[in-house]
Design a protein around this ligand. Sequence first.
Ligand code: NAI
Length: 664
Amino acid sequence: MARYELVKRSVALITLTNPPVNALSSAVRHAMAKSMEQALNDPKVTAVVICGENGRFCGGADIREFAGPLRGPPLVPLLDAIEAGEKPVVAAIEGVALGGGFELALVCHYCIAHFKVNHFVLKIIKAVGMSRAAKPLSSRRVSMLTTPCPPDLDALLEVVTMEVKKKARGVMAPLACIQAVRAAATMPYSKGIKRESELMATLFNSGQARALQYCFFAQRTAGKWTLPSGAQWNNSKPREIRSAAIIGLGTMGRGIVVSLARVGISVIAVESEKKLLETGKQMVIGMLERDAKRRGVSASLNLLKFTLSLQDLKDVDLVIEAVFEDMALKKRVFQELSKVCRPATLLCTNTSGLDVDALAGVTDRPHLVVGMHFFSPAHVMKLLEVVCGPRSSSETIATAMSLGKRMGKVSVAVGNCPGFVGNRMLKPYMDQATFLLEEGATPEQIDKALEDFGFAMGVFRMSDLAGLDVGWRIRKESGLTGPDVDPKNPPRRRHGRRYCPIPDMVCEQGRFGQKTGRGWYMYDKPGGTNAKPDPLIQNLLEMYRSRYAIQPRNISDQEIIERCLFALANEGFRILEDGIAARPEDIDVIYLFGYGFPRHRGGPMFYASMVGLERVLERLEHYHQAHPDVPHLEPSPLLKKLVACGSPSVQTWREHIKTMHSHL
Ligand code: NAI
């Protein structure tokens, strides 16, 4: 936990040994306290060097210990003892010094840091030798330093506070940090530290801390995928992928090529026409060059090949199809790939919601077919849904999961159903937003409520960014809107349930979002990003309500949040029930990394558990009673079952789900 050595006969070397980041667990703190005591009491020791094993100084507190009561010596008195000690202590910092690890570095009398130097610690010991040992330490103690306090401190902190509030809406910790800085600048050290401890205690006991800790573990849990067949992350071996092919160099294909090439995988990119191939090629090269420049490496252009012929793919290890969202086209591509590629090639699809097993069914290797659902822009967004069909082999799933990890993605294994997890849940959430428009709300009111909740963008701003035409095309193809709709259909009902045609009416006016300069909002120009409320949308809503004799009512922010987010979580419960996601953590990770769900709320399922399942159930029942033609508001059986079991904590839901049927 902490190794003590006497080196060069006079330097005590204390090495933190708690892999992977040498976190300050109770055992580490205990060993450090003992080592420091030994060093300070040993007359031979004239200086102390603290370092971390394996090139990492210290990653801070051990978050696994947060759940229980404090064990072992607390950190602050240990840090005080180091700082007040009569022997110089040097922090030899490599890799990371985060949180408590950074505090440890600060109380040392000297800090020497380097990203990577061979024999770094040895060099420091040599330099420390005796030269520092004799010098007085008073000027080196952090508690003795005076903090310069600028005369305009209040104004300065006010500006910073405004910026932080905008960037980290509703998040407590950054604001507490500003208050701690104010304390440091205006109070003597001992009082400042006391104030900081108070702030820390408030944060530590907050729901936000619990949510953030949950997110940390949920992300790790997602990597440990498991299937009812018994296949799981630790008994399925992934294949090594050296070469890949991407079909379709549109929005998604380009980003996927970049994600693969920058981790050293050679990529063949295929387009359907020469001009599109050339455009796609120029875009990919530009993206890779910008990416390489940003990371200070050279662009791996030599790994790329561009072609119009599928015949060139016969030897690749894996193919990812990213052509238009059109089942007939995708089936043709998969049939073709099945003929061209060698029998061992994995065939993957980036479809956002089509049936992965139907695609597997047209190939000669259904066990080697899996969905790899990237998010836009694919080279930036961290999430990857790995969609496992009933015939996908465990090796295929393991390979897709491991490839995702190699590309720096957070990969989550999910089952095969329309929309998978993320997009399936999005539908009830967006439906509620448009129903609220009908009933009297405005896009800006709904967006503001969601943004105040913590989303980076409300649902209408997000739709404008993504483009409104995509959903419109899907609704037309599904027979929900357009000339094919049965004229006998009541206007605000489709397929036996409530339907809001306002999004279709917006699209009919050529308003496709940011790209056309008009959508739910208006923008300065096509491609503009500065959203302003549009009086034309206001008019459209008023006309719509009067046409259908809807009396608009005042809708509270609370109703907006409850209807949008409880409908979202309710679909999450159904997904768990259906076995499409194995655990609530998987759903939360998908929403955190793919849909901008605020991290300090922990994800939709954790949020529901924090609100209280009983309350979520009661509110859903209430809203379903008011809107019986909206089946998404009808509480799911799993939610009812969990409430009947006394609303257990989210980490134990799995036990209750296990008893239910699973499709994964
Ligand atoms: P896109 O329209 O930007 O690009 C599709 C590309 O495929 C076009 O460049 C087209 O020329 C090419 N293509 C069509 N048929 C082809 C063929 N037979 N051979 C070679 N190339 C062909 O579409 P986008 O947005 O990139 O979507 C692609 C897939 O990714 C779809 O299945 C979509 O649902 C899915 N997806 C899209 C997301 C998005 O935000 N745009 C997010 C996640 C998935």
